[in-house]
Design a binder for this molecule. Structure first.
Ligand SMILES: Cc1ncc(COP(=O)(O)O)c(C=O)c1O
Length: 461
């Protein structure tokens, strides 16, 4: 029988009879056993034909006509260092996000560092962070000279577990640094309540969450400041780039000076005699990067809508499959960025097929995917390395730099379990058609139906 005749709809219809759920189960004509629909097909990883051989949408998306014109104009003008185009990009991003100010910087990592430093967070301060994040979130805290304090992950939403934050607050705590990881909003309403109660600053790492919303308010605007990344894989790609947004004018003036070697806000770039008023570094983006940002910003809203639609559709197609547990969102989330489409994979429901073999099988079926972050971000050697630096030794008492003790205090078992079970699909796949999402569901079902033969087949090789 052809693959199409073993449709996902058939699977779910039959599944519901075995108690998996009724959501997708209309009238049922015949009864079939679960896990038989693809069983006659050879898995691609063992040499069979893949479910999908069509390409997925590529990234970044760039139209030579429309997009290249504005960048070429800038290049031909010959003004390449920070000037009017960067200011225009900042204005547009602030308008898009809904903040008074925006500063464009070289990347999201330095947007975080600059923000922390200008919040005067440093030696002796503790900053609460999640462990399910890109390393830059935590590196930024260490570079600022502060101590990261980890709060475990909510296993369903993958965000920092807001209910566990208060237990980690000490007299040294200065800030909470929630991350809207994978483009899904963290529990900001609860986090802001806690911050208010304990008089803490909040810096939002929205580096993966462009235009995601809680109650129709865009993330990055809840805390004192928000940071974004515009690196190539991101939804507004400039090659490299980042931004800080905030309504606090003084803070933004300081961030500006900091990003321009301490020269006062409002000064003219290139005026070498202006005099530097504060400690700073150089984080300026170029005019042509900003031109790329301005032209691609036109597509962001529509692409975000498509990603949300496709993610909801794909979720509905796979959520009934035993062993596949898709992400959950907090009730007040009104929009996501979906930097990744994520679910947890339970190998016991797939005849003991390991996650790594599942990922390889899925790739072989034509579905690009990855397992995401490694566990133990909270205890990896970079922290010990920071503790061994001259600066940390000068800033902290010896007891606080006892790495073994630190590791014990910062255990995050929920996060470790998530890191071992997560499966990520890439954001650009969500720009494909609805029918393409069915290929993902079909590939998962095919692997499920053949899990045992794949496990045995791979063991032999
Ligand atoms: C959650 C998070 N924070 C910070 C960053 C740092 O951004 P950048 O790569 O632009 O430095 C990233 C980038 O991937 C990220 O995903």
């Amino acid at each position: 029988m052809s693959r199409k005749s073993y449709s996902r709809r058939t699977f779910i219809k039959h599944s519901s009879l075995t108690g998996i759920g009724t959501v997708m189960a209309p009238k049922i004509g015949s009864v079939a056993k679960v896990n038989t629909h693809f069983s006659s097909e050879e898995p691609a990883i063992l040499g069979g034909s893949p479910v999908r051989s069509k390409d997925w949408p590529s990234w970044p998306q760039w139209s030579p006509g429309e997009n290249e014109k504005s960048v070429l104009n800038v290049l031909r003008k010959g003004v390449w260092s920070r000037d009017k185009v960067v200011s225009e990009f900042e204005k547009r991003w602030a308008e898009t996000i809904g903040t008074k100010r925006c500063l464009a910087v070289v990347n999201g990592t330095n947007a975080l560092i600059a923000s922390l430093v200008q919040m005067d967070i440093g030696a002796g301060d503790e900053v609460i962070v999640p462990p399910y994040t890109w390393i830059s979130t935590v590196q930024a805290v260490l570079i600022a000279g502060a101590m990261p304090v980890f709060v475990d992950t909510d296993p369903e939403t993958y965000q920092i577990d807001a209910e566990k934050i208060e237990k980690k607050i000490t007299p040294r705590t200065r800030a909470i640094l929630p991350v809207h990881i994978l483009g899904m909003p963290a529990n900001m309403v609860r986090i802001m309540d806690i911050a208010k109660k304990h008089n803490l600053l909040v810096l939002e790492d929205a580096c993966q969450a462009w235009l995601a919303e809680i109650n129709h308010q865009i993330v990055g605007t809840f805390g004192h400041a928000g940071c974004y990344s515009f690196q190539t894989t991101k939804h507004l790609p400039l090659g490299e780039g980042g931004a800080i947004v905030s309504d606090d004018e003084d803070f933004m003036d300081r961030c500006y000076s900091y990003h321009n070697v301490g020269f006062p806000y409002g000064g003219v770039i290139g005026d070498v005699g202006a005099g530097s008023v504060m400690l700073g570094t150089k984080l300026r983006i170029t005019e042509y990067q900003a031109a790329i940002g301005i032209t691609l910003l036109q597509d962001l809203d529509e692409q975000t809508t498509i990603r949300n639609k496709r993610a909801a559709y794909l979720r509905s197609k796979i959520e009934e499959i035993p062993g596949i547990v898709p992400y959950k969102l907090y009730d007040n989330v009104t929009r996501c960025a979906f930097h990744m489409f994520a679910f947890r994979y339970r190998e016991d429901e797939f005849n003991g097929l390991s996650r790594s073999d599942f990922l390889n099988s899925l790739r072989a079926e034509g579905i690009p995917c990855m397992g995401g972050y490694a566990p133990f971000l909270n205890t990896q050697p970079y922290i010990q390395h920071a503790f061994n630096t001259k600066n940390f030794k000068a800033m902290y008492p010896k007891e606080m730099l006892d790495f073994q003790n630190y590791s014990e205090q910062n255990q995050c078992p929920e996060n470790d379990a998530l890191c071992n079970e997560a499966v990520w699909l890439f954001q650009s796949m969500l720009l494909a058609d609805e029918s393409d999402m069915e290929d993902v569901a079909d590939a998962i079902l095919k692997i499920k139906d053949n899990a045992e033969s794949i496990r045995k087949g791979l063991k032999k090789t």
